[in-house]
Design a protein around this ligand. Sequence first.
Ligand code: ZN
Length: 392
Amino acid sequence: MFEFVISATSGPARTGTLTLPHGTVETPVFMPVGTQGSVRALSPNDLRSTGATLVLANTYHLHVRPGEQVVEKLGALHRFMGWDRPLLTDSGGFQVFSLEGSRRLDEDGVEFQSHVDGSRRTLTPERATEIQWVLGADIAMAFDHVVPGGADAATARDALERTLRWLERCGKRHEELRRSGGQADGGAATDRPSAGPHVRQTLWPILQGGTHLELRTEGLRRILELGSWTGLAIGGLSVGEPKAVMYDMLERLEPKLPALPRYLMGVGFPEDLVAAVERGVDLFDCVAPTRNGRNGSAFTPDGPVNIRNAEHREDPRPLDATCDCETCTTFSRGYLRHLFMAEELLGLRLLSLHNVRYLVRLAEAMRAAIRRNAFGPWAAEWRRRYLHTGTA
Ligand SMILES: [Zn+2]
C-alpha cells in the first residue's frame, strides 16, 4: 500500500502508478478540488466520467461545517460524498493562513474565527491530523505554516522552522492513530472495504521555504530526516510570486528530490501543469477548472475560450472538437452560450465537466508523451497551439 512505481521517464518528467487504499492513480495526475466534500456542480458520476481518479477535500471547511463527527457518523468522507476512488485531504493550514478574519498564531497552533458562524476554533498539528484521520482520506497532509509569495527570508525561515516542528507532531499523532486502529475520539473505527485500519491512510509532509532555494533545500533535507514518507508536497508556490520564479524553483529543487510522488499544491492551469511535469512534478490540484467553468471560461487545445462572447451565438461547433466529454459530444457552442446568457444552471455543470475532463486528458497526453520518451517535443507542440507561440 502507498507504493509508487515509476514506469517511464523523459528527462525529469516521469510517469508512474501510485497505489492507495481506494485504488490506483496513474501519474502525472490532476486532482479536482471538492473543498466542502463536493466538486462544485459535479456529481460523483460526472467526476467518474471525466476519468478523475483522485479528488481533494478540505479539512478546514469540513471541520467548520458540518464537522468531522457528522461526516464520521455518515460513514466517513468517501461514503459521505459518494466517491469510492482515492481521496486526499488538505490539512487546513493554507485556509487558516489565507482566509479573512482574525487569527492568533503560537507554537501550539492557530486560533481562528470560523467563516461560517464566527466561532473561535483552534487547529493544532494534532487536531488537524485527528480530523483528517476521522475523515478517512487515503492521503492526509501535515499541518503547515504558509507565508505569502513575497515573504522575506526571515519570515520564510520562521514559517519553515515551525512547519518542521509541526510536521514532527503530525507524524507522531498519525503514528499513534495508526497503531491504535483509529480511535481518534474514543469511538469505533469506521469500516474500510479495501484496507485494514493500519493501512487506511498515509501522511505527506509539505515543503515550505518561500522563494528561497537555500531554505527549501534545508527544509527538504530535514523532512527526509524526520521520517520515511510515501509522498512529498511542495507548498507555498503559486501564491502570488511570478510564474518564472515558481518554474525556476522547481527546476532547482528537482535534482534534490527523492523518488517519492511529488505534489505541487494549488497549481492547475494547463500551462503550469505542462511546465511542472517538465520539471518532475507528479500531482496537482486547483479550483481553476471548476471556478473558470462557472464563469464561462473553457480550456481548449487552442487556449481558453469565453463562451459568453458574441462570436459563439450561432456557432454549431462543439466547445472542443477533440474532447469526448458529455458537453462536447452533445452540445454546440451556441447552445452553451445561450445557457450562460440565460443563467441556466446546466451551463455551470457542463463547462465544469469539460474543464475537468480537459485537465484529465492533458495528464493522459503527458503520460503518453513520457512513455514515448518525447516529452520535450510534445510540450513544444502543445505550447505552440495553446499559447499561440512559435517556440517552446
Ligand atoms: Zn469536453
